[in-house]
Design a protein. Structure first.
Length: 157
């Protein structure tokens, strides 16, 4: 089987799997998955910067709000308790937003690494199948003894 035939077969299998997930199927018969690592990296970096900025700037008024709430409460104003509750709500929502930014940044980092790892695996599998067509290796039989290779010791680079 030639490389082009194998590649077309793999694309057809992938398209069939995607059609099973999405009943509408791909919008065009020639659609391929395209991942632009630079774009994902920029979005992840922006999410990281937003996370850093929100972590510090979002808590800018926290100490003043808490001090004002305490002072108002000590002077008998119900507004002190309301201000403390509003500040608590703000901090809780801020934490949700900061966590979401961290999750976006981490997920994009993971996605880029995972996609590259998958691409390398696929490239290795395709090139191994392409190389094997040039080898004249007899098929293994059940009587053949497979030699044992010693395991490497120490770090493998």
């Amino acid at each position: 089987m030639s490389f082009d035939q194998e590649w077309a077969e793999l694309k057809t299998k992938a398209r069939m799997r995607l059609d099973g997930v999405d009943p509408g199927g791909p919008s065009s018969g020639q659609a391929d998955l395209v991942v632009k690592y630079d774009d994902m990296g920029e979005i992840g970096h922006a999410a990281f910067l937003l996370h850093q900025h929100l972590s510090s700037a979002g808590k800018h008024a926290q100490s003043h709000s808490q001090a004002a709430a305490k002072s108002l409460g000590n002077n008998g104003f119900d507004m002190g308790a309301a201000l403390a509750e509003a500040d608590g709500g703000w901090q809780a929502q801020l934490q949700v937003l900061v966590d979401a930014c961290a999750q976006i940044s981490n997920h994009l980092d993971y996605s880029v690494k995972s996609s590259r790892r998958d691409d390398d695996f696929i490239a290795t599998q395709i090139s191994a199948s392409r190389i094997s067509q040039y080898l004249d290796v007899p098929p293994a039989t059940s009587d053949d003894v497979v030699p044992q290779m010693p395991k490497a010791e120490g770090p493998i680079m």
